[in-house]
Design a protein around this ligand. Structure first.
Ligand code: FRU
Length: 487
């Protein structure tokens, strides 16, 4: 451990101590979502199921509720449900990462846990440099940096980051986000026999690559994996224009399905599909776990999207992770579902079978709360419009005539109503995870997902149902949910 590393760790500890009370007094602290103890959290990093423990690292700036030189924070869990916060894995303490240990991934190799990440550097002329680096650990808790393994290739700018590494048939592969000198976002593939020497394999895909038109100026956080017989590239391109209901956030995340040629690096793929239709979702990362499931965590935030107006900033923290979600490919589309294990958090079940919802706004006894799970199974829908309003802030609207599902909320920036939509032919179920200031909505068993933060009056616990033009019959189940943090 270098002196600089020790200093930064010490300063982070002191910052946690200093603001502990202020953070805890925030009514918007979440109950069952992972959050930073203080400061800013962004991307999930190094997600892996290693030696019987799930490790989830994250981009962390401890010193301010704003972006700055990033650490890798570290959560561990035996079961994907209950988590414990460990010492940070990486601090921005070396010449090659002094302005941030940026995003990356983890692999298991020879009994060691290895982290691949981007060292972000601002040089003396205030220009960006980026270095792909590795750190390793024998116990999964303390990591030793091993330095730089990969430099920016010719033709690309210093926007070169977020390595995701995996092994296939005895060979290591790495995908990384890159920007060409013409300012097009790309994903590049590299290969290695030993995780040290890396050869360029080819361009996976990108803006103005092959049949792709203009598609953004930088592609961040690529993840490439096999899912149900197909190759999937998950990526967060920056600079997409709004298109109908698509790409309404400042930056957006989606995926391509296709076939990767491991020799040429080319992914022959279909169209880009947006992964989450809500307001806050970005830079997700997946891993394959002990049961062979493909599990995803996303960041419940978007860079440059009203961060300074966020109501939690005055309590010295900002942002959180989504719940862990299992991915499945169904008819060429990724379905996302909260992992089964989360049922362990359920308590105080309330069940209301076959309730008829009509044009009169209705509330149901005990169907209310601030940190709960709600399942609504539609039995019969004759209504033109169905609306579910949560804590007088978030509204889910299904318009059967327009075949459209909407998530509406009161904006935390200007107090006005804002909405996100997707096309939806039929509504069969809504599965809602509502936390004190976050909502994750899984529609029709994960066919569509909407993620959002919201900031309601903390005393408001109401859930209200109504329809327009006709009624809807549904079964309701609700559970209060327990906290996930182990002290
Ligand atoms: C995505 C991102 C990554 C980068 C990290 C820095 O949110 O911009 O590209 O590595 O955040 O925190």
């Amino acid at each position: 451990m270098t002196n600089r590393d020790q200093e930064l760790r010490q300063k982070a500890k002191e910052t946690i101590k200093r603001y502990e009370r202020l953070v805890e007094r925030d009514p918007y602290r979440l109950v069952y979502h992972l959050m930073p103890p203080v400061g800013l959290l962004n991307d999930p990093n190094g997600f892996i199921d290693w030696d019987g423990t799930y490790h989830l690292f994250y981009q962390w700036h401890p010193f301010e509720a704003a972006h700055g030189p990033k650490f890798w924070g570290h959560f561990v869990s035996g079961d994907l449900v209950f988590w414990e916060e460990k010492e940070p894995a990486l601090t921005p303490s070396d010449w090659f990462d002094k302005n941030g240990c940026y995003s990356g991934s983890a692999v298991a190799d020879n009994g060691k846990l290895k982290l691949f990440y981007t060292g972000n550097v601002k040089n003396e002329n205030d220009e960006r440099e980026s270095y792909q680096c590795v750190a390793e650990s024998e116990d999964g808790l303390t990591f030793t940096k091993k330095g730089v393994i990969l430099h920016v290739p010719d033709g690309y700018t210093a926007h070169f980051r977020d390595p995701k590494v995996w092994k296939r048939d005895g060979i290591w592969y790495l995908v990384i986000g890159a920007q060409t000198k013409q300012i097009d976002g790309h994903v590049l593939l590299f290969r290695s026999d030993d995780l040290k020497e890396w050869q360029f394999a080819g361009i996976v895909t990108g803006s103005n690559v092959r049949s792709m038109g203009d598609f953004g100026y930088m592609w961040e956080c690529p993840d490439l994996f096999h899912l149900d017989g197909e190759d999937v590239l998950l990526v967060s391109p920056q600079g997409l224009e709004k298109q109908g209901y698509l790409y309404h956030n400042v930056h957006n995340t989606g995926y391509f399905i296709g076939r990767l040629d491991y020799e040429t690096g080319e992914l022959v793929h279909g169209p880009f599909k947006e992964l989450d239709r809500g307001f806050e979702f970005y830079a997700p990362q997946t891993t394959i776990d002990r049961y062979g499931r493909r599990i995803l965590f996303g960041w419940m935030g978007v860079p440059d999207q009203g961060e300074e107006k966020h109501p939690t900033v005055k309590h010295q923290w900002i942002h959180a992770m989504t719940l862990p979600r299992e991915l499945k490919l169904v008819d060429g589309k990724i379905y996302q579902r909260p992992v089964e294990e989360l049922k362990q958090l359920r308590k105080n079940e309330v069940s209301r079978p076959s309730v008829k919802i009509s044009e009169h706004p209705q509330r149901f006894e005990e169907i209310s709360g601030e940190a709960f799970e709600l399942l609504l199974d539609v039995e019969e829908n004759q209504a033109e419009v169905f609306e579910l309003t949560i804590r007088d802030n978030v509204r889910v609207i299904f318009n059967r005539g327009l075949k459209r599902l909407t998530l509406e909320r009161v904006s935390f920036v200007d107090g006005l109503t804002e909405s996100r939509h997707c096309e939806l032919a039929e509504l069969s179920s809504l599965h809602l995870y509502v936390d004190t200031s976050a909502v994750e909505l899984f529609v029709n068993e994960g066919e569509e997902v909407f993620t959002a933060r919201y900031f309601a009056d903390p005393a408001n616990r109401s859930i209200q149902f109504k329809t327009l033009h006709g009624s809807l019959t549904a079964s309701l189940k609700k559970w209060a949910l327990d906290s996930i943090m182990k002290k």
